[in-house]
Design a protein around this ligand. Structure first.
Ligand code: ADP
Length: 265
């Protein structure tokens, strides 16, 4: 009888615990949801005036040559900062959007596509900005473009993931450096994306934090490159939504390699 009573009491206690914990969680999750919605709304609202500011400064820039040199510098600085703010707002929006969504990707947001073909397209698009910096961007594996690499997931998000990793590689690699992107099929229906650069590298002590929101290793360095500290947290979120894995290896002054493993469902 004693054992039965003990088991009953324990069961009741656990049930009560779950009940109260559940009730206590409700306001917290609601507040969290509201905060995310606010971020999404605020970033959305900020986008319009920023775009207006950018086009206004672009009009001024058309007459740039007629301005005194100091004013030209001020104008260029303004345009750079506005562009940076637009990027930041867009990043915040995409982060807030994907956090308000359910943790799993809805079925209607997934489709079949070829990741190799997509990597080829993204590399072609970004080739120009790499070349401008004197950095050579290549799609490593010839096979990437020849063998189909079918994948089922959110096409826009995977494109954004590729874009973030390659854009970072360009930002943090000096003239004369190399970036190689490879996309290959690996065992058990997995796709491996590797973005490798010969850039400045990441200090070991910073590596555990780089996927955190707004984390920038050297504010000066990131600012000069127009960084917002949001790119990698978005990348990590995209990978998590696809139930994949992202990892990084880096050596200061040698380079950085990001590896993403995605499972085709
Ligand atoms: P940011 O917009 O500042 O680039 P990210 O979230 O994309 O923000 O990256 C976080 C930080 O990680 C960056 O500020 C940068 O210092 C570092 N980082 C990211 N990618 C690279 C890379 N390929 N090489 C060196 N450092 C990098």
């Amino acid at each position: 009888l004693l054992t039965i009573t003990a088991v009953l009491l324990l069961g009741l206690g656990t049930a009560a615990g779950y009940f109260f914990a559940g009730r206590a969680m409700v306001p917290i999750t609601q507040a969290y949801k509201r905060q995310k919605e606010f971020t999404a709304d605020a970033s959305h609202e900020l986008r319009t005036p920023l775009s207006v500011m950018l086009s206004s400064t672009e009009i001024l820039a058309e007459k740039k040559e007629s301005l005194p040199p100091f004013h030209q510098t001020v104008l260029t600085g303004m345009m750079d900062e506005i562009t940076r703010m637009i990027r930041m707002v867009e990043n915040l929006l995409s982060l807030a959007r994907s956090e308000t969504d359910a943790a799993e990707l809805p079925h209607d947001e997934q489709e079949h596509f070829d990741v190799g073909q997509m990597a080829w397209e993204v590399c072609t698009q970004m080739h120009g900005s790499a070349a401008q910096k004197g950095v050579q961007l290549t799609l490593a594996d010839e096979k990437t473009t020849l063998v189909p690499l079918p994948f089922h997931g959110n096409k826009d998000q995977i494109r954004q993931l590729l874009y973030i990793l390659i854009d970072n590689a360009i930002k943090y690699t000096d003239s004369g450096g190399f970036i190689t992107v490879s996309v290959t099929a690996v065992k058990y229906k997995k796709i491996k994306i590797v973005v490798k650069d010969t850039g400045c590298g990441i200090p070991e002590e910073d590596l555990p934090f780089i996927f955190e929101r707004f984390y920038r290793i050297d504010k000066g360095r990131s600012r000069a490159t127009g960084g917002t500290g949001l790119g990698l947290s978005i990348a990590a979120q995209i990978v998590a939504k696809h139930k994949g894995k992202i990892s990084v290896e880096s050596k200061l002054q040698k380079g950085t390699t990001f590896t993403v493993l995605l499972k085709d469902h």
